[in-house]
Design a protein around this ligand. Structure first.
Ligand code: CP3
Length: 340
């Protein structure tokens, strides 16, 4: 039974640091690319059997300590009554741009939200047979809204930020609805077998600290409180948000995961030994090849005290990453001997 990840998340002292890789179930794997020749991304997501196979692909190949369910950040939005397609990222043909459109969104009950995802989790839980812990996930209200309002991915989501300033009340209702949905969805995932859940704040970092504090943070706080209150271990991940690190560390999550721009060892010194931290290799170090990946991992291990640290990348693995780089990271983590 490998529950290294979960024990670390609970703050227990462990014999080694756990390791998993953001976006580990995806395009850098030849077996994923082969399956994608036969099925669209939407087909994979809609089928619990295929999603379970993809979730398990990195676990069959590598000694990773957690499996993350194969789904998308936008998987739950069809339950709100919004259509989404992928090209290759999420596209909303009728974006949510005003108070009336926000009012029309209906917050679904837990079992109505992307039921294929809990179904995938139950299949994976059985097939994992204790080889690794199982992680569920959902988007933060702001990161889901990014696509709902803008209509598709981008760098700065100007229309989303404009809505926040133009109609803060409607924007707040949107945050409330999405936070409520994500909380219900994460609780369902836990019931179906997820040992822990990760909230992805992929885009919050585009806001100033003050704006995020005033308009987004209270909703993330409520989401985490609700999920944690249901007894679910939680990880809060934020991309591109070094300016928010101190605030993020105080959120009611069991662990904080940060991107590679953040000074994780510095944060450890500042916060003390108790907070569980996850991250934060630069995905580009793996893209560069096994030697740079090994060096970057060794540097991270040397800079971060070994307890209460979950090794991961600072963001998703790049599709063109050589597979040997993943093995190099694993070897470096496994080679470390912790003194009890
Ligand atoms: O291995 C895993 O991490 C599980 C699967 C997973 C996917 N999406 C599958 C996917 C997870 C955790 C996500 C989350 C996700 N999706 C986020 C949050 C994490 C982050 O990156 O900050 C976001 C912002 C999205 C939105 C999204 N979905 C984009 C921008 C894209 C296109 C570009 C890209 O990065 O792949 C997608 C499509 C998507 N989601 C793919 C996969 C495997 C590629 C689809 C394909 O096979 O063509």
């Amino acid at each position: 039974m490998n529950d290294l990840y979960l024990r670390t998340l609970r703050g227990e002292t462990t014999e080694r640091r756990p390791l998993w890789i953001m976006r580990q179930a995806g395009r850098y794997l030849p077996e994923y690319r082969a399956l994608r020749k036969e099925h669209s991304f939407e087909e994979l997501c809609a089928s619990p059997e295929l999603s379970a196979q993809v979730t398990l692909m990195p676990i069959e190949r590598y000694a990773l300590d957690a499996a993350i369910v194969f789904a998308d950040l936008m998987s739950p939005v069809s339950a709100l009554g919004v259509d989404v397609r992928f090209d290759p990222g999420p596209v909303i043909d009728k974006p949510i741009r005003d108070a009336a459109a926000i009012r029309a969104l209906r917050v679904p009950e837990g079992p109505e939200i992307a039921p294929e995802v809990p179904a995938t989790l139950s299949l994976v839980k059985d097939r994992l047979a204790g080889r690794a812990n199982l992680v569920g996930f959902a988007g933060s209200p702001f990161s889901i809204a990014a696509y709902l309002v803008q209509g598709r991915g981008g760098k700065d989501f100007a229309l989303l930020r404009a809505l926040l300033f133009e109609d803060p009340v409607a924007f707040g209702r949107l945050m409330e609805k999405l936070a409520q949905m994500s909380a219900r969805y994460l609780i369902e995932q836990h019931k179906a077998g997820a040992d822990a859940v990760q909230v992805f704040e992929s885009w919050g970092g585009i806001l100033s600290l003050d704006t995020w504090r005033a308009h987004v943070k209270p909703h993330v706080e409520r989401l985490l409180q609700e999920v944690r209150g249901a007894g679910v271990p939680t990880v809060m991940f934020a991309n591109g948000a070094p300016h928010m690190a101190e605030d993020l560390a105080k959120l009611p999550a069991d662990a904080l995961a940060l991107c590679w721009r953040c000074d994780l060892p510095g944060l450890r010194k500042q916060l003390g030994p108790d907070k569980v931290l996850q991250g934060n290799l630069d995905p580009a170090a793996l893209l560069a090849g096994p030697e740079p990946a090994r060096r970057a991992t060794e540097e991270l291990l040397a800079a971060m005290p070994p307890q209460r640290h979950i090794v991961n990348l600072g963001h998703g693995i790049q599709p063109e990453t050589p597979m040997e780089s993943v093995q190099a990271v694993i070897d470096a983590v496994h080679a470390e001997e912790l003194v009890a």
